[in-house]
Design a protein around this ligand. Structure first.
Ligand code: HEC
Length: 148
């Protein structure tokens, strides 16, 4: 079956005129010719979608949002170290917050958002900070596989 016939067959199934479907295809072709782009979620958005499930109420002793006492020693570890350890996972804290689709940058934004909520002076990570976090992740993974 030719592409056009397949298209008109599926358009019939959808009860839409073929013109609409081919316009949509043309638009899709245009978009995919450009650099793939997905806007990153903000720290607060990621917190609400992923982290809040545990960090709002303190599931399994997760440090709660805005709990300065719980976050103080964590914030003192430094943004690169803490973000890396949480990304890799620690005890009840699942790697990547249990969301494999989350980018490191989004995860780091969510961590910074929680640090700020507890009085920490952390910004969304720039390229330098992301590189430092990646270094810490590599070290953490190496020490875990060596059983240290
Ligand atoms: C399934 C529950 C759960 C989810 C979802 C979750 N966390 Fe956690 N998180 C925990 C628990 C439990 C701890 C405490 C771990 C410990 O120290 O025993 C924790 C600890 C942390 C810590 C401190 C790590 C350390 O080194 O002590 C950070 C930072 C953190 N989480 C960030 C996040 C971020 C960011 C998200 C969302 C992207 C997230 N968490 C989602 C359960 C969760």
């Amino acid at each position: 079956m030719s592409a056009i016939r397949a298209l008109s067959a599926s358009a019939r199934r959808l009860r839409k005129p073929v013109g609409v479907a081919s316009t949509a295809l043309a638009v899709a072709a245009c978009v995919s010719a450009e650099v793939p782009y997905r806007p990153l979620a903000s720290g607060e958005q990621v917190y609400r979608q992923v982290c809040m499930a545990c960090h709002a109420t303190g599931v399994e002793n997760a440090p709660r949002l805005g709990d300065r006492q719980a976050w103080k020693p964590l914030v003192d570890e430094g943004q690169d170290t803490l973000t890396a350890h949480a990304w890799v996972g620690v005890r009840g804290m699942p790697a990547r917050g249990g969301q494999p689709g989350l980018s490191l940058e989004e995860f780091a934004r969510a961590t910074a958002y929680m640090a700020r909520a507890a009085g920490g002076d952390w910004q969304d990570p720039d390229a330098d900070m992301l590189a430092e976090i990646e270094e810490e992740i590599a070290e953490r993974l190496a020490s875990l596989t060596q059983g240290k």
